[in-house]
Design a protein around this ligand. Structure first.
Ligand code: N1C
Length: 249
């Protein structure tokens, strides 16, 4: 009897997790005005439900991206790599810049894990492949597709916050390097402005070798700038709404 109870409780908690995912999805979605969140959920589901969780291509999310498109915000678009916490601390407090996580789909799925299973019509939120377990897992394909679409609409002066505390701030395996930079189009993008976030024990500056690779990757015609900025200065600017965005660094 005890075994049956344990099994039932376990089954309930597992299935509840997927319900939680839907609740989180809808609740986060409803913070945005003018969208049909049920319809967006259905478009999200169709990308992974019933599929082998290691065989979800990026294109599976095209109907989802069509339902809630990424709108260009010229001169305000912010990209990042290995600086997730500081960049979002900044964008949450100030309206200067917009990251992918500030868009509907980016904010709805940030930090979540999901997958389907062959022969099942459910969404699971545990027992899913990790980022590196297989290339075409649903989470990775979503971020690859979303990063592609977000970088495709980049325009004007674009900013990227990179991490000055690591030896390779522009890492070839990052989403920023492998996808976003390659999508910046000189017809739309005027310049790329790197904000290299440093700490007291900074190991990197703007002369870093990986940043030379970044400049070479850029489409001809896109201007490049790099500024070393102390993390404390970024955080100060986050907490000082009076300070004009242009005076942050
Ligand atoms: O691989 P990264 O950084 O270079 O990816 C960051 C880059 C940003 O400019 C975003 O536009 O790619 C986009 N992006 C996200 O917005 C995002 N939100 C959450 C990429 N990945 C994102 N995640 C998760 O962070 C994702 O699950 C993956 O595992 C990390 C990648 O972070 P990174 O290596 O610091």
């Amino acid at each position: 009897l005890l075994l049956i109870v344990v099994v039932v409780v376990l089954a309930l908690t597992l299935s509840q997790k997927a319900d939680n995912l839907k609740r989180t999805f809808i609740a986060r979605c409803e913070k945005f005005q003018g969208y049909d969140c049920q319809k967006i959920w259905v478009a999200f589901e169709q990308a992974h439900v019933g599929r082998d969780p290691c065989n979800v291509p990026m294109e599976a999310y095209d109907p989802l991206f069509a339902e809630a498109p990424f709108k260009p915000a010229c001169n305000r678009m912010m990209f990042w790599s290995k600086t997730k916490d500081v960049v979002h601390d900044f964008t949450e407090n100030r309206d200067c810049f917009l990251t992918l996580e500030d868009t509907l789909l980016g904010s709805v799925l940030d930090g979540l894990t999901w997958c389907g299973k062959k022969g099942s019509s459910e969404t699971f939120s545990s027992g899913c492949p990790g980022w590196k377990d297989c290339e075409k897992n649903p989470v990775r394909s979503f971020w690859n597709g979303a990063s592609t679409a977000f970088a495709d609409v980049a325009c004007g002066d674009v900013t990227a916050m990179l991490n000055g505390s690591i030896t390779t701030p522009f890492s070839p395996t990052s989403t920023f390097a492998s996808i976003e930079v390659k999508r910046f189009n000189s017809m739309r993008v005027e310049s790329l402005n790197v904000v290299l976030v440093t700490r007291k024990n900074a190991v990197t500056n703007c002369t870093n070798a990986s940043l030379r690779n970044l400049q070479e990757e850029l489409d001809d015609g896109i201007k490049y700038n790099c500024t070393e900025v102390a993390e404390s200065q970024v955080l100060d600017c986050s907490s000082d709404p009076e300070k004009p965005c242009g005076a942050c660094w």
